[in-house]
Design a protein around this ligand. Structure first.
Ligand code: IFM
Length: 490
């Protein structure tokens, strides 16, 4: 493939930096393994070279993702009600440094210039989430028009700039009022979610064509209800699976509500998937990997795409949780209401030894849970297509936190992020070449933001945010990504 020279855009005056400096890229190349495989199957060295010569399909969509609580701020403005994350982050000891999302990246006030920035980056798609308590302060009942108007302006502003909105309904910020009624342990919450979906599709359904119901229900179950590290901070494995079933029910009811309000929409859940490898070649490790795969992947994929929870996993859950008693007749039919797209979020593989213990096999990022293994993305994508058929896939999150800082000349160099993104895009490209119907990619994240229990200590954005004065500085990876978008390839 010929190299496409980088262009300059009016209004974005970053100087051409050495974006792909061999030194930086090579340091991450060590982390990432020594090679990526192109669609022709040839091994291409992971170097600092400008491109790998891989072009994506013509209609491939390039975007970036955020979520409401992580960027909006304005936590008490214009009638917004509290969410469980307001409560949690204001509880001493829950979030690193006592950080909260009260101000975050102040996107609620800076949305217009943020949209301009997205246009300068030439994003074709922007995945964001709607704050449920901004629209319904009590989680149900009275609509807060000012909150809804914010999202009307946001969607209109995106469309004016030629950027397609991809809207997530629930990205973890459950209204506190619903938590007070039982949160996801209450079946009613699934019904309130469907009502909320109806409010949104009535307001935005004429302009939004892609809707994602839930973001990463697995994280809510494991980190929010088992480990207690995320809101609502519970530590009870038995009840966590009751929450899981109600989340999945909410997904199904949400699909039906959205479909009723907008028959042309593309609707699906956003699932964080991992590939589970046995840590050695013993039959015990193989069996444990299969078992853990049930909890990590099949528990969420099977009910949506096959209309049943995986038997082996359900058997194990039944030994510790009364969750099955919460499955009513017809629930699985609701949960498996046909979807149009599956949003895949990939960050890391999982290795399991013969005792079922997690093992680290690759270097991790600043997020200690994140082993870096780009080929895992290929394995996840091809596995979904192989096991679940050719449902269209959209990558709605993939990214890495790096220790970014503003240099003396006012720029932010993040060569390790570029190397991370490029190697994962190479894996995605290979999956497409092998027949996976992958339609697009969204980097996590557009902006540095509130990284949940880690507060502002981790920077995941391609755009640096100075949290003292809210200045945005596109990092080297942003400029690199814009060039990727322009050439539709890496
Ligand atoms: O920041 C989160 C996001 O909200 C959900 N997926 C993982 C990201 C990085 O941890």
């Amino acid at each position: 493939m010929p190299l496409v020279p980088p262009h300059r855009t009016a209004g974005w005056s970053l100087s051409r930096r050495t974006l792909l400096r061999t030194a930086g890229a090579a340091s991450m190349a060590g982390l990432l393994g020594s090679s990526v495989t192109g669609c022709g199957g040839a091994e291409e060295p992971q170097s600092g070279a400008d491109t790998l010569g891989l072009t994506f399909p013509e209609n491939f969509t390039w975007g970036a993702a955020t979520s409401a609580y992580q960027i909006e701020g304005a936590a008490t403005e214009d009638g917004r009600g509290p969410s469980i994350w307001d409560t949690f982050s204001h509880t001493p000891g829950r979030v690193r440094g006592g950080d909260t999302g009260d101000v975050a990246a102040d996107h609620y006030h800076r949305w217009e210039s943020d949209l301009d920035l997205m246009a300068e980056l030439e994003l074709a798609s922007y995945r964001f989430s709607i704050s449920w308590p901004r629209v319904l302060p009590e989680g149900r009942g009275q609509i807060n028009q000012a909150g809804l108007d914010f999202y009307q302006r946001l969607v209109d502003g995106l469309l004016e700039r030629g950027i397609t909105p991809v809207v997530t309904l629930f990205h973890w910020d459950l209204p506190q009022a619903l938590e007070d009624l039982g949160g996801w342990l209450s079946r009613d919450t699934a019904g309130y979610f469907a009502d909320y979906a109806t409010v949104l599709v009535e307001a935005l359904g004429d302009r939004v064509s892609t809707w994602l119901t839930l973001n990463e229900p697995k994280t809510v179950v494991i980190v929010g209800y088992q480990a207690g590290i995320h809101a609502p901070g519970r530590r009870d494995r038995a009840e966590s699976y009751i929450a899981m079933h109600h989340l999945m029910l909410a997904h199904g009811l949400g699909v039906q509500a959205l479909r009723a309000g907008s028959s042309q929409s593309r609707i699906g859940p956003a699932l964080n998937l991992t590939v589970v490898y046995p840590a050695d070649d013993s039959p015990e490790a193989e069996a444990q990997a299969e078992r853990v795969d049930g909890f990590e992947n099949r528990l969420y994929l099977d009910p949506v795409l096959r209309g049943a929870y995986p038997e082996d996993t359900l058997d194990e859950i039944t030994q510790i949780s009364p969750m099955v008693d919460q499955i009513h007749d017809g629930d699985l039919e609701v949960i498996s209401t046909p979807i149009d797209v599956l949003a895949v979020q990939y960050y890391n593989p999982t290795y399991v030894d013969a005792n079922g213990e997690r093992v680290t096999r690759h270097p991790t990022s600043e997020a200690s849970w994140q082993q870096i293994h780009p080929d895992g993305l290929y394995d996840v994508l091809t596995r979904v297509t192989r096991d679940y058929g050719d449902i269209p896939l959209l990558i709605t999150e993939n990214g890495v936190p790096t220790p970014d800082a503003v240099t003396a000349d006012g720029t932010v160099d993040d060569p390790d992020r570029i190397t991370f993104l490029r190697s994962h895009l190479a894996a995605a490209h290979r999956a497409i070449a092998d027949g996976v119907p992958l339609e697009g990619y969204h980097v996590w994240s557009l902006l540095d933001n509130f990284e949940w229990a880690e507060g502002y200590s981790q920077r995941w954005g391609i755009v640096y945010v100075d949290f003292d004065d809210q200045r945005r500085i596109p990092k080297a990876s942003a400029e690199w990504y814009r060039d990727v978008i322009r050439r539709n390839g890496i």
